[in-house]
Design a protein around this ligand. Structure first.
Ligand code: C5P
Length: 227
């Protein structure tokens, strides 16, 4: 069976990473969560005081980029790779609502995108990869053999994210999460560099009313048609 590149793009909290992880596991492929990379950069900016709710010190962030190293290390107990920022495991830190509130601002910066896209293309150069994000089928791997674009209503997505954060014990309200989902949708679709848009050759899946198993089955069948 030939190895292919699978690009999964879409709005936040559409279940891209759950689907991508399952697919990678089933196919024996590498899974890369590119949102984690943008989140790690946002966390770095927060830690160093380069970002606040109404300010981003873009220049200092850009000058710091050569000193930021991002890597994924597989955690066998969890069954997926965790995000490391300059050799520190930041998997938990990058999943907070605070990071979610800053990440799209950081992801607008072209120099940040260029650095991460280069690393993503390097990770996928041998194919056999499932990568999820916002620009995978359009910018990172425009030649990917299979491109999926996932959507669901903002309220459905906010509810999913709210349930996840609550399960982790984060003190957030549904309204805060919905506001974050809507703001990120807006910034991600309106930015000048690599806005979130469905690639012309992507297959759209609205999973508002699909179970995880149903989504997996639909996409796995599409994979079978390509390999
Ligand atoms: O996928 P996740 O919701 O963790 O992504 C966090 C944010 O990172 C997105 O809202 C978007 O601003 C940014 N992102 C991006 N390009 C990607 C992946 C994520 O701009 N490929």
């Amino acid at each position: 069976m030939k190895k292919i590149t699978i690009a999964i793009d879409g709005f936040s909290s559409t279940g891209k990473s759950t689907l991508a992880k399952e697919l990678a596991k089933e196919l024996g492929y590498i899974y890369v969560d590119t949102g984690a990379m943008y989140r790690a950069i946002a966390f770095f900016a927060m830690q160093n005081g380069y970002i606040s709710p109404d300010f981003l010190d873009k220049e200092t962030l850009i000058n710091s980029l050569p000193y930021i190293t991002l890597s994924f290390k597989f955690n066998a107990d969890l069954g997926f790779a965790e995000m490391y920022l300059n050799d520190a495991n930041v998997e938990t830190e990058i999943r907070t609502l605070e990071v979610s509130n800053f990440v799209s601002k950081v992801a607008e910066v072209s120099q940040v995108r260029a650095k991460l896209v280069e690393q993503q293309q390097e990770m996928g150069k041998n194919k056999g990869i499932v990568m999820d994000g916002r620009d995978i089928g359009t910018v990172v791997f425009p030649d990917a053999e299979l491109k999926i674009f996932m959507t669901a209503g903002a309220d459905t997505r906010a509810q999913r994210r709210f349930d996840e954060l609550q399960a982790k014990g984060d003190a957030v309200t549904y309204e805060e999460v919905l506001k974050n989902v809507e703001e990120r949708d807006y910034i991600d679709t309106h930015r000048a560099d690599s806005p979130l848009v469905m690639a012309a050759d992507a297959i759209e899946i609205d999973n508002s009313y699909l179970s995880k198993k149903e989504q997996f089955d639909v996409v796995f069948e599409l994979v079978q048609e390509v390999v």
